[in-house]
Design a protein around this ligand. Structure first.
Ligand SMILES: *[C@@H]1O[C@H](CO)[C@@H](O)[C@H](O)[C@H]1NC(C)=O
Ligand SMILES: *[C@@H]1O[C@H](CO)[C@@H](O)[C@H](O)[C@H]1NC(C)=O
Ligand SMILES: *[C@@H]1O[C@H](CO)[C@@H](O)[C@H](O)[C@H]1NC(C)=O
Ligand SMILES: *[C@@H]1O[C@H](CO)[C@@H](O)[C@H](O)[C@H]1NC(C)=O
Length: 427
């Protein structure tokens, strides 16, 4: 089996535009959760009034404005999620130093970038305009701005990448599926380099209304946004919607070595499972999560006891966090596992950025990669009290320095789809 390593990282998140700002602020226990009431009156009537928004401003301050990343003509053609994707892809490719021009290299480079929801804003505005004004109100750019695979399409068009071009859309598991599937394409020989990840931007009143109706969102912390996303905490009460993108450059090991690329970590395993249970609720026993992690470890040929860190999916919902916690303990306290739950290091970085839906798995895999590369456990913000069953080390509030050789990043989505990536230090 061809080995796959990570050689470039790019991200736009509620903590900032760019990996450097995002990672620095994450380790400083910063957060990107703000009130949505300033976004307009449509937001003030909703039960949840907090969100992880990408901070606006200039690129040199680690903030986002489209014109710093792409020409106005492209900005007009692209949905915001696709803009975040193209900016993050640009950063990741610069970081990897991969700028191919030869035909063979372009053919060996592919793109998989997914999104959970896509361009809800465009669908909404055009629906309203069409219903009032009919055919003449529909923009010729409506379809290209709507389609989810256009993020991957735009990246390949900009750089001329002629390898596989794909887009996963599996709700909140999208980012992990995009990266995991891309690693399989490299392992199988369909490509030598893949630009892979997820992007999301649907901080729209209709999206918030929908998730609130599904009773998924935090509603009790509207006056204190930065305390609203509290994975594993006793007072957790729903997720906080967020936006952004995470993109990685994945590369076949010998290819990376031949060009002396910087290697952050290796993709050691990828596990997938389905709850086969319910549209939105997890199985209480966490079986789906357990199976996904176990498959990832089997693929990595690693034992549960080898796992130093788990970046949990934990979105700050009552049921989801409990199910995942149960699954993690079942996996790591097994016969060949740890003897004490307090030795298990788990954190959920959603405390700092909220839940980026289709981008979540990609951004979190990126955090997990840096945890390995820098030997540090990123914190779970707002974790004050835990109930009895929550007895792992959740890295509450502040980052912890600790050698991380092998780690797991989890993502679970509506529809019962679960996936785990197992990442390891490159040796
Ligand atoms: C949709 O309409 C709102 C309100 O007029 C506007 O602020 C927003 O930019 C529009 N979005 C798109 C994608 O055209
Ligand atoms: C597996 O996916 C489902 C999707 O509904 C998710 O809700 C659940 O949390 C995942 N399973 C577990 C046990 O966490
Ligand atoms: C978890 O981290 C602590 C230090 O923060 C360390 O003492 C412990 O060994 C770690 N556990 C594992 C399984 O790596
Ligand atoms: C956490 O628990 C302590 C007592 O153990 C209590 O004093 C405190 O109010 C709790 N904090 C929250 C946020 O519930």
């Amino acid at each position: 089996m061809r080995r796959v390593v990570i050689t470039g990282l790019g991200a736009i998140t509620p903590l900032g535009a760019g990996v450097k700002t995002t990672w620095r602020r994450l380790l400083e226990s910063g957060d990107g959760i703000v009130s949505t009431t300033k976004l307009g009156t449509d937001f003030t009537s909703l039960p949840s009034q907090v969100a992880g928004l990408v901070p606006l401003g200039s690129r040199s301050d680690g903030r986002w404005q489209a014109k710093d990343w792409l020409p106005a003509s492209e900005e007009r053609q692209m949905a915001l999620f696709a803009q975040y994707a193209i900016a993050s892809a640009h950063e990741a490719l610069e970081d990897a130093g991969w700028h191919p021009t030869a035909q063979a290299d372009l053919e060996a480079t592919g793109v998989t970038i997914g999104s959970g929801i896509g361009n809800l804003d465009e669908a909404y505005n055009t629906s309203v305009a069409f219903s009032h004004g009919g055919y003449r109100k529909v923009s010729p750019l409506f379809v290209p701005r709507l389609l989810i695979n256009l993020a991957a399409g735009h990246v390949s068009i900009r750089y001329g990448f002629k390898g596989p071009n794909h887009a996963a859309t599996t709700a909140c598991t999208t980012g992990v599926h995009a990266i995991g599937d891309a690693s399989r394409l490299i392992a199988f020989g369909d490509a030598d380099v893949m630009v892979a990840g997820g992007a999301e931007s649907c901080i729209h009143p209709l999206a918030i209304a929908g998730f609130a109706r599904a009773r998924s969102l935090a509603t009790a912390w509207n006056d204190k946004p930065s305390a609203s996303s509290r994975p594993f905490d006793t007072n957790r009460a729903g997720f906080v919607i967020g936006e952004g993108a995470g993109i990685m450059v994945l590369e076949e090991l010998e290819h990376a070595k031949a060009r002396k690329a910087n290697i952050y970590a290796e993709i050691r395993g990828y596990g997938l499972s389905s709850d086969a249970y319910h549209m939105t609720a997890p199985r209480e026993d966490g079986e789906g999560a357990f199976l996904a992690m176990r498959h990832a470890l089997r693929h990595a040929q690693a034992k549960p006891a080898d796992v130093d860190y788990i970046n949990a999916h934990a979105t700050s919902t009552v049921l989801g966090d409990a199910a995942e916690n149960r699954a993690i303990k079942r996996l790591l306290l097994g016969p060949d596992g740890k003897s004490s739950a307090s030795q298990i290091n788990v954190s959920s970085t959603k405390g700092a950025i909220g839940h980026l839906l289709g981008a979540a798995g990609a951004v979190e895999a990126l955090f997990t990669t840096l945890a390995i590369h820098r030997n540090v456990l990123p914190p779970t913000l707002n974790l004050e009290n835990t109930s009895e069953d929550f007895d792992c080390n959740y890295v509450p509030k502040t980052a912890q320095q600790h050698a991380v050789d092998l780690a797991i990043s989890n993502s679970f989505g509506f529809g019962g789809t679960n996936a785990s990536l197992c990442l390891g230090a490159y040796r």
